[in-house]
Unconditional design. Structure first.
Length: 632
């Protein structure tokens, strides 16, 4: 269990965390929510001791391990993906070394001492931990997790340096999952994942035996994992048992109550202040005025709730419509060196369509939109834009678009239509950039803040083809809701690259799936696409199992001698397991005798005991293999 007592954090006069107390039990799945800048990532830093609180304390049990997905990539070691992941499993190597040291200590420690009992207890912990980490099956576990995160078998032996930053972050996520910490801390883990990998990770975390504490703005991902919501709001915590969808209803009701209480108190304060001003100058009423003032001074003044700025409606500006044909791709081919990304792709987009572009990272989604925007040129084929098409493009990289030495307000006003300039402050506020923030220069902004500025620029410009490449990264829930509503009400054409299932739901009427260097068109939204893909996968699995079963049956019929050999091996392995079981029982009976530890030979017997248990685990794994072959 993790416990926090009276935890506070101050940055100058700003109170980020205000005397918060909470506890998280082992195995809980918790989502940490709140507006951007509320202190979610900061709390992660306190939990992992990267940051000390201003006051209060965190209690974490001894031997409790916390794993955090770091946002910075480590230095490249010129290793293959498989070797890099395996080398990172420091805990396994450390535990195995410590186990050897403990066994060596048996000969030197008094068997009746507390120290001896302590090292026996530690040895039992190490043994259980190594079993939990599946040390004898680690290669298979590495492959299972890498495959789940989108790597193919041929990727396992490629150098990590050959992969993009996003794929290398997946390698770091694989290392974290394989280390199996007691607590997994994840801050926006799905920013680097495609839809298929997000679904796999969701299932993995839901079934994870340890604790998961999650920060994400992907509603469906959060609902699929978290059964408890902790919101940071104005430095305080709101703790709710349930998923985020039900929490939103509860939160709205609570905000309504708090708002009414705030308004009531403000009316009372105004009334008292009016009476104080009225009677302060009158000698006969001066004492009464002073009494009222003392009441005001003692009053615990309520704060107005931090209501979501989603009440501010975002709206893309209407433009003169394009022709019926917005764009057409003909035999479109694109390579990066020897890597073929798109191979004679065909696509036709009509006016008013809203299309989701999905598929595994590296399959050509961003390449396609860059070709549409004429940022890169194809090796073959062409893209033809329709009559009077005006493109607005939200790219993942903003370095070449934003002037680093302009302020946020200057940047958006310079990009704005004249009639939209009076609305710039309101639009920025709707995207979480308000107050003194708008006077910050671009050069000091975080990646998330730059994304919001770029999005604001699109809201004040005129266009009829909107291309959005991962627009929801770094947006909180309310900003995402506002953006989704703006896209729904947009009368132009939209192409959206996104892995956020909830954001895409009921938004795009067509889905372009980028797979095998082609575009496969699905005539429906993201749910339709996922259901079709699930049906395809189910059909493929059935066919695979049928083919596998037929192959096994044929092989058995063709070579019955092999089956006899496997069955004979199975009997031999079962006999060996039975022999080892008996040896283990014999030694455990001896260990139950208090006089055992006083005998001269006890240390040799204990060493033999550990060796037999290890051999027993190996034989059990071998039995599983031989059993499958013998009963195929």
């Amino acid at each position: 269990m993790i416990r926090a007592f009276d935890l506070s954090l101050y940055f100058g006069e700003r109170v980020l965390l205000d005397s918060i107390t909470f506890s998280i039990n082992h195995g809980e799945k918790v989502a940490l929510t709140g507006r951007n800048g509320s202190g979610k990532s900061t709390l992660f830093k306190i939990l992992t001791k990267q940051l000390l609180p201003s006051k209060g304390q965190i209690e974490i049990p001894k031997n409790y391990t916390l794993g955090l997905l770091k946002q910075e990539l480590p230095e490249d070691k010129d290793l293959s993906v498989r070797d890099d992941v395996k080398l990172s499993l420091e805990e396994i190597a450390s535990l195995q070394n410590e186990e050897q040291e403990i066994i060596a200590k048996f000969d030197t420690v008094n068997h009746e001492s507390k120290e001896f009992l302590d090292i026996l207890e530690r040895q039992a912990f190490i043994h259980d931990r190594l079993v939990y980490l599946q040390v004898d099956k680690i290669d298979g576990e590495i492959e299972r997790i890498l495959t789940g995160l989108g790597f193919s078998a041929k990727d396992f032996d490629r150098k990590t340096s050959e992969f993009s930053g996003g794929w290398r972050m997946r390698i770091e996520l694989a290392k974290l999952l394989l280390s199996k910490p007691d607590v997994i801390l994840l801050d926006e883990p799905n920013n680097h994942l495609d839809i298929v990998s997000i679904q796999w990770l969701e299932k993995y975390l839901r079934n994870y035996e340890g604790t998961v504490i999650l920060i994400t703005h992907d509603l469906q991902f959060m609902d699929g994992i978290a059964k408890r919501i902790i919101e940071i709001d104005r430095g305080r915590l709101m703790d709710y048992v349930g998923n985020y969808t039900s929490f939103k209803t509860y939160r709205a009701e609570r905000i309504e109550v708090e708002t009414n209480e705030f308004k009531s108190q403000q009316k009372l304060i105004q009334h008292k202040e009016m009476l104080i001003d009225k009677f302060r100058a009158k000698a006969t009423k001066a004492n009464f005025a002073k009494s009222l003032q003392k009441e005001l001074d003692r009053m615990d003044v309520k704060e107005i709730p931090d209501v979501d700025k989603s009440t501010i409606r975002l709206r893309f500006q209407p433009s003169r419509p394009s022709g019926r044909k917005v764009l057409e791709a003909k035999n479109l081919t694109k390579r990066y060196g020897d890597l073929l990304v798109l191979d004679e792709v065909e696509a036709y987009v009509e006016r008013g369509m809203k299309i989701a572009l999905v598929g595994a990272n590296g399959n050509g989604k961003s390449t396609f939109v860059k070709l549409v925007c004429n940022e890169i040129t194809p090796e073959g084929g062409m893209i033809e834009l329709g009559h009077e098409v005006k493109i607005a493009y939200f790219a993942q990289e903003h370095q070449t678009i934003l002037d680093p030495y302009k302020t946020i307000q200057e940047t958006v006003e310079d990009a704005s239509l004249p009639e939209m300039r009076p609305q710039v402050r309101k639009i920025l506020g709707g995207l979480g950039l308000q107050g003194d923030d708008i006077d910050k220069k671009i050069i000091v902004l975080s990646g998330g803040e730059k994304s919001r500025v770029r999005l604001a620029m699109l809201l004040v410009q005129e266009h009829n083809l909107l291309i959005l490449d991962e627009p929801t990264h770094h947006l909180d829930m309310s900003s995402k809701d506002s953006l989704k509503e703006a896209i729904k009400n947009y009368n132009g054409t939209v192409l959206i690259v996104s892995h956020d299932r909830e954001f895409l739901r009921d938004l795009a009427e067509k889905t372009y799936s980028f797979e095998n260097k082609k575009i496969k068109i699905f005539e429906g939204d993201i749910d339709y696409y996922l259901s079709k893909k699930a049906a395809e996968e189910s059909t493929a699995n059935i066919a695979f199992k049928q083919n596998t079963a037929e192959s096994k049956k044929t092989a058995i019929l063709e070579n019955t001698e092999d089956k006899k050999k496997y069955q004979k091996n199975l009997l031999n392995v079962e006999k060996e397991i039975s022999r080892l079981d008996n040896k283990i029982k014999e030694i455990e009976i001896q260990m139950g005798d208090p006089e055992f530890y006083n005998s001269a030979n006890s240390q040799n017997i204990l060493k033999e005991y550990e060796k037999i248990k290890s051999e027993h685990s190996i034989q059990l794994a071998k039995w599983e293999e031989v059993y499958l072959l013998a009963n195929a």
